[in-house]
Design a protein around this ligand. Sequence first.
Ligand SMILES: Nc1ncnc2c1ncn2[C@@H]1O[C@H](COP(=O)(O)OP(=O)(O)O)[C@@H](O)[C@H]1O
Ligand SMILES: Cc1cn([C@H]2C[C@H](O)[C@@H](COP(=O)(O)O)O2)c(=O)[nH]c1=O
Length: 282
Amino acid sequence: MLAISRMKALISTHCISKTTPLSLFSSASKSIRSYPPTQFRTPNLVRLKPNTFVPYASLSSEIAPNGAVEMDAASRRQRSGEIHVIVGPMFAGKTTTLLRRIQSEKGDGSNVAVIKSNKDTRYGLDSIVTHDGVRLPCWALPNLSSFKQKFGLDAYEQLDVIGIDEAQFFEDLYDFCREAADHDGKKVIVAGLDGDYLRRSFGSVLDIIPLADSVTKLTSRCELCGKPAFFTLRKTEEMQTEVIGGADVYMPVCRQHYVSGQVAIQAARVVLESQVECRSCA
Ligand SMILES: Nc1ncnc2c1ncn2[C@@H]1O[C@H](COP(=O)(O)OP(=O)(O)O)[C@@H](O)[C@H]1O
Ligand SMILES: Cc1cn([C@H]2C[C@H](O)[C@@H](COP(=O)(O)O)O2)c(=O)[nH]c1=O
């Protein structure tokens, strides 16, 4: 109770109205600069991008000849970031959706960058590529913490939107997304597998759901019956979590075919293992 009344007193001494977001009380943002959600909109705010509002008084930006509002680095840092997560099984269109959103942001005049894991070397390291062959240049990195340094600190300041593909392979996903959205004011769009071939949580993708503004779960088509597919079946006998591959190794399946597929694969594995044992006995 004491703590709550102290907090209330602290808040009232700042003379902040009821509509002020809590982020304004963080030590990092002492002045009132940016207002994230639409419900906090007040008449003296100007709209820069969807869900980005900055008071006229603090606006430090220029109108480009094409009409786009160009923000300086300080304004970029002070506005509110966003995190959007796209999940689903393989072949569900996660990369396609990420690519479309990034291209749409670019079309709106945002500075964008896309990162993918350097573990996935299927289509080379310089682009993210959908299963349909659509590609976009990207940074292939071993981890996300190296991005700022590699991209360059000045260039990072200028970024509005960061896309992350194959997010399940990044161990530092949670810290990177939180820092980029909460402190650096970036919009982060993350695409990745929520589950592995055994339907276990994959990497840190599910850990960032509590940080997210939106979560989109996509489905594919079951390769065996054409019904909506929620899961990824591994067709080979490898048992480690990470095995890079495409349609040669994996297929999207519905619940019924996931269960029957797992039984068939397990039976095949038993047969193979007994054959190996027989050979070593002979
Ligand atoms: N075996 C397959 N099953 C389903 N879709 C496939 C398959 N092979 C290629 N595709 C195509 O892949 C597209 C999705 O590609 P992509 O966006 O890269 O998916 P994800 O990133 O979710 O794996 C589908 O729209 C479909 O046209
Ligand atoms: C299910 C599953 C997948 N992987 C790998 C296979 C691919 O290289 C990527 C997923 O790519 P996509 O863009 O979603 O098509 O992840 C894995 O290593 N382990 C798994 O269990």
